[in-house]
Design a protein around this ligand. Structure first.
Ligand SMILES: Nc1ncnc2c1ncn2[C@@H]1O[C@H](COP(=O)(O)OP(=O)(O)OP(=O)(O)O)[C@@H](O)[C@H]1O
Ligand SMILES: [Mg+2]
Length: 359
């Protein structure tokens, strides 16, 4: 994939407020890229900088190797679907979509064809004459998408396009968006504060905190090898345990509170890790409760059940392990014949050093 968008040393101030702090990123042509982060971290600002609605205080935005410094939004190969998508309720669906073409020199017939094609793309074939106010939330979202797609932008910028939808519709539209992106081959940059949405949809994700990128990786690397505690905490759930790095060499020697000594390959620890105080992280689904007759394939520890949360398909246990300061959360599938333990039950847990991340 060729590089399409390059941001180098981008800084953005609103008055005294430092909204973007030295953003460096490259987005490839045809990529589904997401900006993920908590409210106020600068996601919308970064999208608006790429679209040209905001200038930068420092640094550069290049698209297709061209500096965008003096290029206004309507001359950039980008189109944006805004956080609160503005559909005109008094117009028809077709008129709403055609609004994207208001400045184009196409003939009436060409415009009608383009509208029909865009509606087909978003699965609203035959909805053109409907009044926009008579649509569901998901359908309105598709109209907003069709209006952005009709100009055939190289890059589609989507600012929390699904946040107004209920869970079912949001999941449905996530799949639709992935399919659409693959079909049209346009580069998508999606802003979301929903980590699950970012993991499901993206080729790569940039996790942002307070105007900075904390980590940029593909979903699996981000989940399995978070580089910092704040990234680990933002993406999914992670148990943290105090530990000591006892040796650094081919592998990293660890002494973990409650778990004891083990060692892990270097790629499970930060670059340049040194002996001394550290912490390790381990995900709830990589720990396991050992039921009667079961033995751990790697390591085990005695534990007491502290809390039980039943989800139907899963049960989440909080367990106490001797010398571990905080209870550990363990996610267990409710397989056939497997009991749900009660608070206070004595049990054993299994852990595996391959699932450990050192911080
Ligand atoms: N025009 C502006 N003038 C001053 N401050 C602004 C302006 N726009 C945004 N900010 C501030 O910059 C920070 C980043 O805002 P931004 O809208 O980019 O956040 P966000 O990550 O999109 O958040 P959300 O998830 O809530 O939409 C916020 O603290 C916001 O208050
Ligand atoms: Mg925003």
């Amino acid at each position: 994939m060729t590089d399409l968008i390059k941001l180098r040393g981008v800084q953005k101030y609103y008055g005294d407020y430092h909204a973007l702090r030295d953003i460096n990123l490259t987005i490839r042509a045809g990529e589904f890229f997401s900006l993920l982060g908590p409210s106020g971290c600068g996601k919308t600002t970064l999208l608006r900088v790429i679209a040209g609605f905001e200038g930068v205080s420092n640094g550069s935005v290049m698209i297709s190797d061209k500096d965008m410094k003096d290029v206004p939004p309507n001359q950039r190969p980008t189109n944006m679907v805004f956080q609160s998508y503005a559909i005109f309720p008094h117009l028809t669906v077709a008129e709403n979509v055609a609004f994207g073409l208001r400045k184009s020199k196409m003939s009436k017939a060409e415009k009608a064809d383009a509208v029909a094609e865009a509606l087909k793309m978003v699965g609203l074939d035959g909805y053109g004459k409907r009044a926009a106010h008579a649509l569901s939330g998901g359908q309105r979202q598709r109209v907003a998408l069709a209006r952005a797609l009709i100009l055939k932008p190289k890059v589609l910028l989507l600012d929390e396009p699904l946040s107004a939808l209920d869970k079912k519709m949001r999941e449905h539209m996530q799949v639709e968006l992935i399919r659409l992106q693959r079909a049209v081959g346009i580069t998508f940059i999606l802003v979301t504060h929903d980590q699950e949405e970012a993991l499901v949809m993206s080729d790569r994700i940039a996790v942002m905190f307070a105007g900075e990128i904390g980590q940029m990786d593909d979903p699996e690397t981000l989940y399995r090898r978070p580089k910092s505690r704040r990234v680990a905490e933002f993406i999914g759930k992670m148990n943290f345990l105090p530990a000591t790095v006892t040796s650094v060499g081919e592998s990293i020697g660890l002494d973990i509170a409650g778990f004891g000594q083990t060692d892990v390959p270097q790629d499970q620890a930060p670059e340049g890790a040194k002996p001394g105080e550290a912490a390790i992280g381990i995900r709830p689904e990589t720990l396991a409760i050992l039921f009667e007759g079961e033995t751990a394939s790697r390591h085990e520890a005695p534990a007491t059940v502290d809390e039980v949360v039943y989800y139907g398909d899963m049960t989440y246990y909080d367990v106490r392990v001797k010398d571990v300061p905080e209870p550990l959360t363990i996610a267990m599938k409710n397989l056939i014949g497997r009991p749900v333990l009660e608070v206070g039950a004595q049990t054993r847990i299994a852990w595996d050093e391959r699932a450990i991340v050192v911080f």
